[in-house]
Design a protein around this ligand. Structure first.
Ligand code: GTP
Ligand code: GTP
Ligand code: MG
Ligand code: MG
Lengths: 278, 291
């Protein structure tokens, strides 16, 4: 693969193995390899390099087709809701995106709607302080919908460009937690039709095939508009995000590449493909 | 589920005199797909399927009745065997015994530390929690709040104190207070972050843990082996905690890690609250991995 040597059956076996090892999943891998082989054949491919190019193009095209890498803030106030299972990096990603938006000259507030987990509000407050961004919060145990509501009202009354809403991590098989999330979304929607402008599913790059189940459930219950793929600074390839983009049509919009506030990059399909085969 | 898939395959063979090697290959392909879908590492799957094939051929499965059911039984048995015995009797024969939590970011270390404190106290041990994550915003606060919820003391140091000093001073306090178990929470870190891995090595050198638990998220995919091998290579890891098992992730990472490193699963995290900790049952996890 990737050399001037002629591509053989073994080359395509290697490709398949690399994609499986990258958490792309067996079903998506087989589809991708079939499509890449067709491309390879149609373009008169010969070498391992041709095989690699055919696959890279196939993956890039599929990611581009669903709008990966694009993120438009939208008219003020733009509500961005962060959702996902426990520990994926939602709170940290909010801080990072807030820093990015502030750097672009936008005014914003953070909403601490994780009212459940120990020190969740404190964690967001510390980031808010570092950023110089107001954090809208209530007492621990408060209704998260009420916090989201307060945040939207604050954004309107202060004329802010954006409000980034943090929510508690939740496993998608917990129906009452998913109901709670749907309610948070409805509260925002009722107060501001057309909002939330963005619902970002934060997905950990180390996640295996459960990532697909996460994306399906969160899409159904909260209307996911994009994915933030975190912890790409580790060794995990994050291939399940490719499966999600391909099968559910959800674009990957940002990549989390570290724990510091600067460690957020617009998702780059080219770089992702490089990383898949690194 | 795998059993329904295999029943489907072999019911089509009913009436034929025997199932051929080709039929077995079809069944093995299904097993491979089921294991990959369950996030078992692809190399572990390869070895595992090879072993199933050996056993299937060896037990004259190819001439037996209801081969589909037999194959499932073999797979289940092999899984249970690899996953091995439960190991929730932590070896804490020192006073104070240090139990250290390590793992990647967000895996559930801090929450699990509190859960273990609750469990150990129920067993009549006196725990002390030590908040050595000095990096993550409000990490110390998180452990302090959990400690407060469960009525267990948490040792902390002022902002700016290095993690090594928090751990060392924690041990000193544990000794002074006659604590039975010091549960040491550490910051999440990447297995490829040499500086942070070195920090753990120094902490181990300073407090000599009796137990070092690698906390792994049940939804971890193919990378589980690389991560576990890296931690296991540099630290005296004695067991695994597989967290968020109250979700619907299949938990194949447990099989991958066990097969690749021999590390036993000590506990399962089964909820966000401090009572969400269960001992590990290999047959139940085998069932879940098979789906
Ligand atoms: N290496 C690395 N760590 C990250 C990244 N994003 C987040 N983290 C770390 O992952 C851990 C969890 O991050 P949080 O932001 O608390 O995750 P969360 O989704 O808000 O967690 P819950 O609210 O508990 O569900 C923290 O230790 C973060 O520093 C990333 O891109 N790379
Ligand atoms: N549902 C469920 N959630 C869990 C479980 N264990 C931990 N969590 C949640 O997972 C998230 C991360 O847990 P933490 O204990 O903060 O993880 P950590 O490893 O200490 O994170 P870092 O210190 O940032 O590396 C939190 O939202 C926890 O409530 C579990 O067994 N089940
Ligand atoms: Mg959070
Ligand atoms: Mg922690």
């Amino acid at each position: 693969l990737g050399t001037g040597e002629p591509a053989t059956e073994a080359t395509w076996d290697d490709v398949e193995e690399a994609l499986i090892a990258a958490d792309v999943g067996a079903t998506t891998t087989l589809e991708l390899v079939d499509a890449a082989r067709e491309r390879f054949r149609a373009s008169g491919g010969r070498s391992g390099e041709d095989a690699r190019r055919a696959l890279a193009t196939e993956i890039r095209d599929r990611l581009a087709a669903v709008g990966s890498g694009a993120f438009e803030l939208g008219g003020a106030p733009s509500v961005i809701l962060f959702v996902g299972v426990n520990g994926t990096g939602k709170t940290t990603s909010i801080a990072k995106l807030a820093a990015r938006l502030k750097g672009e000259g936008h005014s914003l507030a953070l909403a601490a709607a994780d009212t459940f987990r120990a020190a969740a509000v404190e964690q967001l407050r510390i980031w808010g302080e570092q950023l110089g961004a107001p954090v809208i919060a209530q007492r621990p145990g408060a209704d998260p919908g009420a916090v989201a509501f307060d945040a939207v009202v604050a954004a309107e009354s202060r004329g802010l460009d954006a409000v980034l809403v943090d929510t508690a991590g939740r496993l998608q098989n917990k129906q009452q937690l998913m109901d709670e999330l749907a309610k948070i979304r409805r509260v925002i929607e009722r107060r501001l039709p057309g909002q939330p402008r963005h619902v970002l599913l934060v997905l950990d790059a180390t996640t295996g095939q459960n990532g697909l189940l996460q994306a399906e459930a969160f899409s159904r219950e909260a209307g996911v508009t994009g994915i933030v793929l975190t912890k790409l600074d580790g060794t995990a390839k994050g291939g399940v995000a490719l499966a999600v983009a391909d099968r559910l049509g959800v674009p990957i919009v940002f990549a989390g590449v570290g724990e510091e506030i600067e460690a957020l990059a617009p998702f780059d399909p080219e770089a992702f493909v490089e990383w898949l085969f690194a | 589920s795998l059993s329904t898939r295999l029943q489907g395959i072999t019911s089509r063979l009913r009436g034929s005199a025997r199932i051929t090697e080709a039929d077995l290959d079809v069944a093995l392909r299904e097993i491979r797909l089921a294991l990959l879908e369950a996030d078992v590492n692809f190399r572990v799957v390869k070895d595992f399927v090879a072993r199933i094939r050996e056993r299937a051929v060896g037990t004259d499965l190819l001439t037996g009745l209801n081969p589909g059911q037999q194959i499932v039984k073999i797979v289940h048995e092999e899984l249970v065997e690899v996953l091995g015995g439960s190991r929730h009797h932590l070896e804490l024969d020192a006073k104070p015994a240090v139990l250290m939590m390590v793992g990647l970011q967000g895996s559930g270390k801090t929450t699990t530390a509190a859960k273990l404190a609750v469990r150990l106290r129920k067993e009549g041990k006196r725990p002390l929690l030590v908040a050595a994550d000095v990096y993550r915003p409000a990490a110390v606060d998180q452990l302090v709040q959990l400690g407060d919820q469960i009525g267990v003391e948490v040792h902390t140091r002022p902002v700016g104190t290095p993690a090594l000093e928090v751990a060392r001073s924690g041990l000193e306090v544990a000794r002074q207070r006659g604590v039975d178990v010091m549960i040491l929470d550490t910051a999440g870190r990447l297995h490829v972050d040499d500086a942070m891995m070195d920090e753990l090595v120094r902490i181990v050198g300073s407090v000599t843990p009796k137990e070092t638990l690698l906390v792994v998220d049940a939804m971890t995919g193919q990378e589980s082996v690389k991560v576990a091998e890296a931690f296991h290579a540099r630290l005296p890891v004695t067991g695994l905690v597989l967290t968020k098992m109250d979700g619907d992730a299949r938990g194949g990472a447990a099989l991958s890690i066990r097969a690749a490193t021999g590390l036993p699963v000590s506990f399962l995290g089964t909820g966000e609250r401090t009572d969400g900790l269960e001992p590990f049952h290999p047959d139940r996890l085998a069932q879940r991995i098979l789906g």
